[in-house]
Design a protein around this ligand. Structure first.
Ligand SMILES: [Zn+2]
Ligand SMILES: [Zn+2]
Length: 129
């Protein structure tokens, strides 16, 4: 449930926050600020920015660079790993990760989750080098 994502991150549940989070979830890798703003009902632009910023600062979303160099907001639900093509900016989720998922402490920190972004060149772009 979307509301639980807010609660789990100690973010107060409000109608606007739930709506924006649902839109990010629905849009997936298309969730740029422009697309998010186009999908909200009656939330003004500056409120959308403010809420996205809060989500980011509270560790609920990650920012990744998408096609056309715009910022894409991705919900960090559990351990997420992305691979991104440096040429065409295509983003995909990957399952491989060298980090030991059983580690519970690093530098004295209790690990809650982690994210990983790998940059590379996709198959399609390799043939165009
Ligand atoms: Zn590519
Ligand atoms: Zn991992």
């Amino acid at each position: 449930m979307i509301e639980d994502l807010l609660r789990n991150n100690n973010i107060k549940v409000t109608r606007q926050r739930v709506e924006i989070l649902k839109i990010i979830n629905k849009l997936g890798f298309d969730s740029s600020i422009k697309n998010i703003s186009n999908n909200v009902s009656d939330i003004n632009q500056s409120t959308v920015y403010r809420i996205l910023n809060k989500f980011y600062e509270d560790g609920l979303v990650e920012k990744v660079i998408g096609l056309n160099d715009e910022i894409i907001y991705v919900i960090i639900e559990e351990d997420k790993h992305f691979i991104r093509c440096l040429k065409c900016k295509k983003i995909e989720e990957v399952k491989t990760c060298a980090f030991d998922h059983n580690i519970e402490n690093v530098n004295g920190f209790i690990i809650k989750r982690h994210s990983l972004i790998i940059d590379g060149i996709c198959k399609k772009c390799q043939s165009n080098i």
